[in-house]
Design a protein around this ligand. Structure first.
Ligand SMILES: C[S@@+](CC[C@H](N)C(=O)[O-])C[C@H]1O[C@@H](n2cnc3c(N)ncnc32)[C@H](O)[C@@H]1O
Length: 338
């Protein structure tokens, strides 16, 4: 039994609740588990976000690590957060749809479902749409009249791009894909050059903090990057290729704990889940950081000024001090005493 299911997924399932037969073969981009999917035939999921991929796997569904090649009669899409990412996923879905196949999308209204339905209609001419649970599910059947130039333009939004003024590459949908995050920039400017030994970068994104450590701290033997978004981690692999074996890459849900023992941890923890603010996720990152530091190890973190992480550090028995702040962010250094 799958525990919590998203309202968008519930709405998507309604698009298959009529008298028609359930799909015999389907591909699910942004796959999330649902008990109703157990009755489907051959279903393949792709999910770049590790906590969701873990739930999908635990429910016993089949998953592809990368975007799979092939064509399916039904392609489902539960898009991510950004506009570009959503359009890129529409194009990816189109590229994997058999002639005559059905593309089905579901999104919360608060994520712009109405707007994206209109976008899809630009390419497909018409869509069928239903609304429930403050979400929309909309679908279109490839009848041979779709405007491929619209999909081509969306396809162009995908792939690697260079962050202006840097050597870093990113892609649509990953955190801060167009620039170095200002919080991370503040933290990078306050990381000392005397770090040594092994360092963990928690929620490493496309690798900007790990790059700073590897570049500036010659006595650091290795930085392990832990990141839930497989696409960001792939960008980090490319961004840090010059450091060879000094960089390690791990697709992991940091909130569930981090293996190993480190001399230092650097992080700009996430605090948004979907559209809601969730300080609990940041606190779970602090607990995991404390858990993987050696006694005497140091945690360098940046956070929005209003986030109450100091009390959490106290609760974890870490002594801390603020190293810097600006109008938006604060940089904290915490020591693991025992
Ligand atoms: C604020 S961003 C910082 C990214 C990167 N360190 C930087 O400075 O640009 C937080 C990162 O945590 C990742 N993340 C979110 N939830 C996670 C989880 N449960 N486990 C691991 N990483 C997670 C996000 O994908 C995102 O890349």
């Amino acid at each position: 039994m799958v525990a919590a299911m998203s309202p968008a997924l519930e709405t998507m399932m309604l698009a298959f609740s009529g008298d028609g037969e359930l799909p015999e073969r389907a591909l699910f981009l942004g796959a999330e588990a649902h008990d109703g999917l157990r009755e489907w035939g051959d279903l393949t999921g792709w999910q770049p976000f590790k906590p969701k991929a873990d739930v999908w796997d635990a429910a016993g569904f089949s998953r592809s690590d990368g975007l799979p090649a092939g064509r399916w009669p039904v392609v489902l899409v539960l898009p991510g957060k950004s506009k570009e990412e959503t359009l890129v996923w529409f194009a990816a879905a189109r590229d994997r749809l058999e002639a005559g196949g059905r593309l089905v999308v579901a999104m919360p209204n608060s994520a712009g479902a109405g707007r994206f339905e209109k976008e899809l209609r630009k390419a497909t001419g018409g869509v069928e749409s239903l609304q429930k649970h403050k979400c929309r599910a909309f679908s279109a059947v490839d009848d041979g009249t779709w405007d491929e130039s619209v999909f081509a333009a969306w396809r162009e939004l995908g792939g690697r791009r260079v962050v202006e003024g840097t050597h870093f590459v990113t892609e649509a949908g990953v955190f801060s894909c167009g620039h170095v995050d200002s919080g991370s920039r503040l933290l990078a400017g306050h990381l000392p050059g005397n770090l040594r030994g092994s360092v963990a970068d928690l929620g490493a994104g496309w690798g900007v903090l790990a790059d700073t450590v590897l570049r500036n701290c010659g006595k650091v033997e290795r930085v392990d990057l832990y990141e839930a978004d497989a696409r960001a981690l792939d960008c980090a692999r490319e961004n840090l290729a010059e450091f060879g074996g000094r960089a390690g890459f791990h697709w992991l849900d940091v909130a569930a704990g981090v293996p190993g023992e480190y001399d230092a941890v650097v992080m700009n923890p996430p605090f948004h889940v979907g559209q809601a603010t969730d300080v609990g996720l940041g606190r779970a990152f602090l607990t995991s950081a404390a858990g993987c530091l050696r006694t005497g190890g140091r945690l360098f973190l940046v956070a929005n000024r209003q986030l109450p992480y100091e009390a959490a550090l106290d609760g974890l028995g870490m002594s801390w001090r603020q190293l810097a702040e600006d109008a938006t962010f604060k940089v904290i250094l915490a020591d693991k005493r025992r």
